[in-house]
Design a protein around this ligand. Structure first.
Ligand code: DQA
Length: 149
């Protein structure tokens, strides 16, 4: 089972960016943890990050033809603003799980709105880097359930 992990803007700076909010784990640390968990779950992942909205959309658009069965996404700030990202996810019709490292509801009001959450198979937030791991577990279950029905 192939899962695409999509990361939005500024997540490449994890580890040095606002560490009191996002912690000290780097993007590479999170990638390594996801890789280990994927192995345990017998899933194959590709981790993609871009600071560019169009690049994220191009990647999502080709997910089905590239053989992915689900998308784990931390949209970062684009989750609060990008109708285009929402539309791209809906166009793939693949199940997706939205993750956030921080608890967006405990932060500024403009972060309380996600343009993706109502269409997500699940949302995990506020667990630090573990949000990604919990999200991957949930998504793999959803994809397996879909495949068996
Ligand atoms: C984030 C939360 C967003 O509000 C923010 O813009 C980010 C990271 C998180 O993982 O907590 O860049 O998605």
């Amino acid at each position: 089972m192939r899962i695409l992990v999509v990361n939005g803007p500024n997540l490449n700076l994890l580890g040095s960016r606002e560490t009191s909010t996002y912690g000290t784990a780097t993007f590479d640390d999170i990638k390594a943890l996801l890789g280990q968990l994927a192995k345990q779950l017998s899933a194959e992942i590709e981790v993609f990050q871009s600071n560019h909205e169009g690049a994220l959309i191009d990647k999502i658009q080709s997910a089905t033809k590239d053989g992915y069965k689900g998308i784990l996404i931390n949209p970062a700030a684009y989750g609060h603003t990008s109708i285009a990202l929402r539309d791209a996810l809906l166009a793939t019709a693949l199940p997706f799980v939205e993750v956030h490292i921080s608890n967006i509801y405990a932060r500024e009001e403009f972060r309380h709105k996600s343009l993706l959450s109502d269409k997500a198979a699940g949302v995990v937030l506020g667990f630090g880097p573990k949000s990604y791991l919990l999200g991957l577990r949930g998504l793999v279950e959803v994809v397996r359930e879909n495949a068996s029905t």
